[in-house]
Design a protein around this ligand. Structure first.
Ligand SMILES: *Cc1c(COP(=O)(O)O)cnc(C)c1O
Length: 367
């Protein structure tokens, strides 16, 4: 069976192994695997199912619509959705048993007014300065939430916040602020079942930040949240391997200009291999003439500009055949470049490299 021209091969066995490893490393905290943004580009449903098989207690998403899509496919574990616009369908969330993350008074009242018992988790801003209840509003929000809970309109199942990963001192300050919120919540009469603060980085580096639950995103996909730490150094296996079929091979003379603007010229008679992936597929244009590509066991570089649909690899004196595969990144333990290598070449982070891989790329799933 031939492989798709553009393929993101997703190793669900690796994903399960990562989740099992991270669960063991962070026990006895429960484990939420975050599958927002199509599972960081890997496929939300498949990632969710594999995570649950590996023992994930919870799934996390951003939009209620993402949670509803998982429910529609029969995913039954608890799901939390934490970012909402005016059009967010709280009634649908409640009807489908989705926990609603609440960051504002308006969201709290909308959840309470929707039909059924709203299961909410109050999100506090402890220093990231994104969404979440601010310190000055905390007492009022907690009192109102307790009142609505006593009235049978809501159940406050969780209290959570998110770290800025700005450094040890800043993380510690957020941790203290979160602990103060938990005391305030208890004083208000709330009895949350899950208190949670840490994503992958905090879960691994700050044991005191684990509380009842850790929210694992990037680590589940086998990538490191830390600069200068590889997947292997953390005990993780990258889940995605991105490759494409080489669709054209040609020999060109020395001095040939390659791709738009001729930012690359061959410096000898060269083989040019054309790879049908471009910025429309999430390949960063900023990786032009920089990022590594493996062909037949040897690593070359992108030659010249990444275009919308394609880029060129200058193989110098080597040759390849049309139909051979170009591997952009995968598990470096197999001798191919890593998502970290691509992130460095494109001046970004591994999260962005995998998450932006677009819909023209066929996901295939292996166990
Ligand atoms: C995306 C996200 C996570 C997961 O973060 P990772 O660094 O990928 O582990 C956890 N919590 C919240 C609130 C998020 O938005």
């Amino acid at each position: 069976m031939s492989r798709p021209m553009r393929e993101a091969r997703v190793d669900l066995g690796a994903l399960r192994a990562n989740v099992e490893f991270l669960r063991a490393a962070t026990a006895p905290a429960k484990c939420m695997v975050v599958v927002k943004a199509e599972g960081y580009g890997h496929g939300a449903l498949e990632a969710a199912r594999a995570a649950v098989e590996a023992g994930a207690d919870w799934l996390g998403v951003v939009d209620i619509a993402e949670a509803l899509a998982l429910r529609a496919e029969g995913v039954a574990v608890p799901i939390l959705a934490w970012l909402h616009g005016e059009d967010a369908d709280f009634a649908a969330a409640i009807a489908s048993g989705i926990d609603v993350g609440v960051s504002t008074r308006d969201q709290l009242e909308r959840a309470a007014a929707a039909p059924g018992l709203a299961i909410v988790q109050l999100k506090f801003d402890t220093g990231l300065s994104r969404n979440g209840i601010e310190e000055r509003d905390a007492a009022g929000m907690l009192a109102r939430a307790a009142e609505l809970e006593r009235g049978g309109r809501i159940r406050v199942r969780g209290i959570f916040s998110h770290l800025a990963n700005a450094g040890a001192v800043e993380d510690a300050a957020q941790l203290r602020r979160f602990e103060a919120v938990l005391v305030q919540a208890a004083d208000a009469g709330l009895t949350p079942e899950v208190r949670h603060l840490a994503a992958t980085a905090g879960a691994l580096r700050i044991p005191a930040a684990r509380f009842d639950l850790v929210r694992l995103g990037i680590g589940a996909y086998g990538l490191s949240p830390f600069d200068g730490e590889t997947s292997a150094s953390l005990g993780l296996r990258p889940v995605m391997e991105l490759s494409a079929e080489i669709v054209s091979v040609k020999r060109v003379p020395s001095g040939s200009g390659v791709s738009y603007g001729y930012t690359h010229r061959t410096d000898g008679d060269s083989t040019l291999a054309l790879v049908p992936l471009g910025y429309a597929d999430g390949i960063p244009r900023s990786a032009s003439s920089a990022a590594p590509v493996s062909i037949n066991g040897k690593t070359y570089r992108v030659a010249g500009r990444v275009a919308m649909d394609q880029f060129v690899v200058d193989m110098g004196a080597d040759t390849a055949r049309e139909g051979d595969r170009a591997i952009l990144f995968g598990d470096p333990a197999t001798g191919v470049p890593s998502a970290d290598d691509w992130a460095a070449a494109a001046n970004t982070i591994n999260y962005e490299i995998v998450t932006r891989i677009g819909p023209r790329v066929t996901r295939t799933f292996v166990s």
